[in-house]
Design a protein around this ligand. Structure first.
Ligand code: GH3
Ligand code: MG
Length: 330
């Protein structure tokens, strides 16, 4: 097993490249050529899959891995497959002697950014491919982020939230670590829009989202599911008895007026459901949290409710108006 760093570039933005190649002559030649092409490159080299995984786990943050398909402990697409599973954000470029379209297709399906046939693997070609692969990957990541962000609040949108809920659901089921889903809806928000206008309503949505975000931990997730509805995923909840405290803190965070042109009061209602206590699937979890929200609305708004089996699902009619908190301007 060989593991060494060929050059530590001084610039902070040096591109960190990992060469996974068992042939010393090829690896050394490649390292030198890459460093000569760009002095801001820092090359690390390992000679087998296991060392690559160790380096990814404990070593520097690697930007691009250049992976040979014939390693002592992994043949064919096994090495890039395992590296991708081990480190999903890693940009991988494969150097292969097998230029068949089947291999190419398998690699692309795996999410490998690019591959170079050995016959074409000149330093210039490798260098260009690495640069392009990294740029392409960063563009993809940026597009993904934009697709998951709510333009108004800058928090996750429904699509991003569904991804977060799915992940939390998986962890809750697989590791038996409970998570909580809060469905939060602003009370009488239509009246705010009608009284002060849509743009002011937008400002309240934006500030309201920030108030909710201040009540949760870094590990938790908040986003706008649509309209005046926000979802919060409290991840890996080891102490369910903390939930009332968080919900009350959120309700309290709306007790101060929103300072937009004039001071405007708004309140929220919150429904909470626990995974796996209340639901087996992601859909059921969201549904139970929604039922609990409906209960909080029905009971007068400006309050929170934890799901329980006696609660009735919303029957399609809107909760009766006349809740405890009325819209007021102070
Ligand atoms: P409830 O207490 O029952 O929740 O009453 P509500 O008036 O808040 O009723 P509901 O939650 O159903 O209304 C949501 C309103 O949010 C309806 C829509 O006019 C408004 N809305 C939806 N999207 C936006 C938006 O992007 N900006 C603004 N300003 N208003 C929005
Ligand atoms: Mg509402």
């Amino acid at each position: 097993m060989i593991s060494r760093t060929m050059k530590v570039a001084t610039e902070q933005d040096a591109m960190q490249i990992l060469i996974v190649e068992d042939n010393d002559v090829v690896a050394e030649g490649l390292s030198r050529a890459l460093i000569m092409l760009d002095s801001r490159i820092c090359v690390h080299r390992v000679s087998d899959l296991q060392s690559a995984q160790q380096l990814l786990q404990n070593g520097p943050s690697i930007d691009v891995a250049l992976v040979d398909l014939g390693l002592p402990d992994a043949q064919g697409i096994e090495a890039p497959t395992k590296l991708k599973i081990f480190s999903p954000d890693l940009v991988i470029v494969v150097i292969t002697g097998d230029s068949s379209s089947d291999t190419a297709l398998s690699l692309i399906r795996l999410g490998i950014q690019d591959y170079i046939p050995k016959s074409e693997a000149t330093p210039n070609r490798i260098f260009r491919t690495i640069r392009l692969a990294r740029e392409r990957y960063e563009r993809e990541q940026k597009l993904k982020r934009i697709a998951n962000i709510d333009q108004l609040t800058g928090a996750l949108n429904r699509r991003g939230l569904l991804g977060a809920i799915r992940e939390s659901n998986d962890v809750a089921v697989r590791l038996n670590i409970p998570s909580a889903l809060m469905t939060i809806d602003i009370d009488h928000f239509k009246e705010i829009n009608d009284t002060y206008g849509h743009p002011i309503g937008d400002l309240i949505l934006r500030q309201g989202c920030r108030r909710i975000a201040h009540c949760i931990r870094e590990n938790d997730v908040v986003g706008r599911a649509g309209g005046d509805e926000f979802w919060v995923v409290l991840n890996g909840f080891t102490r369910p008895e903390n939930i009332p405290g968080i919900a009350k803190k959120m309700l309290k965070s709306f007790s101060a007026p929103f300072r937009v042109n004039t001071d405007i009061m708004a309140s929220i209602s919150i429904g909470v459901a626990l995974m796996p206590d209340h639901a087996g699937t992601m859909q059921e979890w969201m549904q139970k949290s929604d039922i609990a929200l409906y209960e909080a609305k029905r009971n007068g708004r400006n309050q929170w409710a934890m799901y329980h089996a006696d609660m009735k699902p919303a029957d399609g009619t809107a909760p009766q108006p006349g809740g405890r908190v009325k819209l007021q301007s102070v």
